[in-house]
Design a protein around this ligand. Structure first.
Ligand SMILES: [Zn+2]
Length: 275
């Protein structure tokens, strides 16, 4: 069984065929999907949980988990009400992670200082609810500012929780991967690992220990080769897993069982998760 550790199942792009899309994932061997709850805007972050509840208990579809969090570029929307909503979502048994949260200095959006404050406030909520975090980190071109500031924040506000998390859609270099592992994080690879120009990323992946990696789709974005450019979906996590397995010298079964084990180790250790 494979786990898609990051998919935006609440995307409007699945409005017409969400059930069929999940059935295809199950057919492809995807046993579980972490449904990311950031919404279009912060107020919609509970939609992922609704989708979880709609499908869990049905046969022929993956088991669904949810997250909740305020995306870096939506951090201007953070106020007491939003933080209260985040806190109550994280209290739900299906909501096993806070995210995706972090820093995005690549796209124009929320000012960097607003993103940093928004991240720190969410770390406090996640820590109080004992939930690991899902980090989105993207810098501008070759600058490591976003990563440097991310690690500074995690060292000051997260390491001591011992909860760890996931570096989602990892796009950093070896130094960032090494520091992530050292902070107790798993490094998760999306479909871009399969792209022709991603050799530097594949070189980093090849150096990682088997117990430090996850795979994801980030669907509906980042469809892996050969479907690049199409709407992505959890079934296609298989392609990324095959490429990662090849890099680590593991066959399909070995990479599937390792990434599944890693996922459950990170999240299942919470006694109150209830799954
Ligand atoms: Zn995402």
């Amino acid at each position: 069984m494979l786990i898609d550790s990051h998919a935006h199942l609440d995307s409007e792009r699945y409005a017409e065929d969400r059930a069929a899309m999940l059935a295809r994932a199950w057919e492809a061997g995807v046993g579980a999907v972490l449904s990311i709850g950031i919404g279009e805007q912060a107020a919609g972050m509970g939609r992922a949980l609704e989708i979880c509840r709609q499908f869990n208990g049905q046969s022929g579809v993956p088991k669904l988990y949810a997250s909740a969090g305020v995306y870096p570029h939506n951090t201007r929307e953070i106020n007491e009400e939003i933080l209260g909503k985040l806190d109550s979502l994280l209290a739900e048994p299906e909501v096993i992670a806070c995210g995706e949260i972090g820093l995005d200095y690549y796209h124009e959006g929320a000012p960097h200082a607003v993103q940093r404050v928004g991240l720190i406030r969410q770390l406090e909520v996640a820590a109080a609810r004992n939930r690991p975090i899902l980090i989105h980190c993207r810098g501008k071109d070759d600058s490591t500012d976003a990563w440097d500031q991310l690690f500074e924040i995690l060292e000051g506000h997260w390491r001591q929780t011992g909860l760890g998390g996931v570096m989602h859609c990892f796009g950093g270099g070896w130094e960032q991967a090494r520091r992530s592992l050292e902070l107790g994080f798993l490094v998760s690879f999306a479909g871009n690992l399969t792209y022709p120009k991603a050799q530097p990323l594949r070189d980093v992946a090849a150096r990682l220990p088997l117990d430090g990696v996850l795979v994801e789709t980030d669907a509906p974005w980042l469809a892996p080769a050969p479907d690049r450019g199409k709407r992505n979906e959890p079934a296609w996590v298989v392609q990324t897993a095959l490429v990662l397995g090849e890099l680590l010298g593991k066959d399909k079964e070995e990479i599937a069982s390792a990434t599944t084990k890693n996922f459950f180790r990170l999240f299942d250790i919470r006694a109150d998760v209830g799954n």
